[in-house]
Design a protein around this ligand. Structure first.
Ligand SMILES: [Zn+2]
Length: 193
């Protein structure tokens, strides 16, 4: 004869199955009558009005630059941005790993244009970006890295305007000290520094 605890196993399993079936039936019932069964965990009122986008911004998701990024957008009066975050940011337009990355970004920009009448795009890159192998990939030479990103941003601008002509495009490079206009020539930048 089996001990009692062994006899109870099938009973427990049966109970669990029955409970699972009951819960499933309950969920299906709620869905069938269109009930929303989301559990609110945070109360906050967001504006319902649609908006015209000041600029679609192609940006990397590196969080170290998040504060300066948001402050900079405010500084240049981009209050309603459509921020498109992807590893490497503008790299996906300049030197994408594959066509899918480039097409994804282009489609996102087109969607922003369609939904929010976007006419301007900001292309951004930053120092020590993992998608480029970090600063180490440039022998820890910040100047060499900045030069490379400036060329990449110029290429990204060219590729973007070829794909979607008529956009206003600006490009910026960000390091741990600030934000730089990447369309300024190297010589002019050195004088400004
Ligand atoms: Zn990055």
């Amino acid at each position: 004869m089996l001990p009692i605890w062994r006899l109870q196993v099938p009973r427990v399993a049966g109970f669990k199955n029955a409970l699972r079936k009951t819960l499933k039936r309950g969920i299906l019932f709620f869905y069938s009558i269109g009930e929303i069964i989301l559990d609110k965990v945070f109360h906050f009122r967001s504006p319902r009005e649609n908006y015209v986008c000041d600029a679609a911004v192609i940006w990397c998701f590196d969080h170290r630059f998040d504060v300066v990024f948001r402050n900079f957008l405010e500084r240049i009066y981009v209050m309603n941005p459509d921020v498109i975050k992807i590893a490497g940011g503008s790299k996906c337009l300049a030197s994408p790993g594959n066509d899918v990355e480039r097409d994804f970004i282009l489609n996102q920009i087109r969607t922003s244009m369609r939904l929010h009448a976007t006419k301007r795009v900001l292309l951004m890159a930053h120092s020590d970006c993992g998608a480029y192998g970090g600063l180490a990939a440039f022998g820890n030479d910040a100047q060499r890295e900045a030069d490379h990103h400036q060329r990449e941003l110029a290429q990204a601008t060219k590729n973007l305007l070829t794909a979607i002509p008529g956009l206003e495009v600006r490009s910026y490079f960000m390091d741990f000290e600030g934000v730089y206009d990447a369309q300024v020539s190297r010589g002019a930048r050195s004088q400004a520094d």
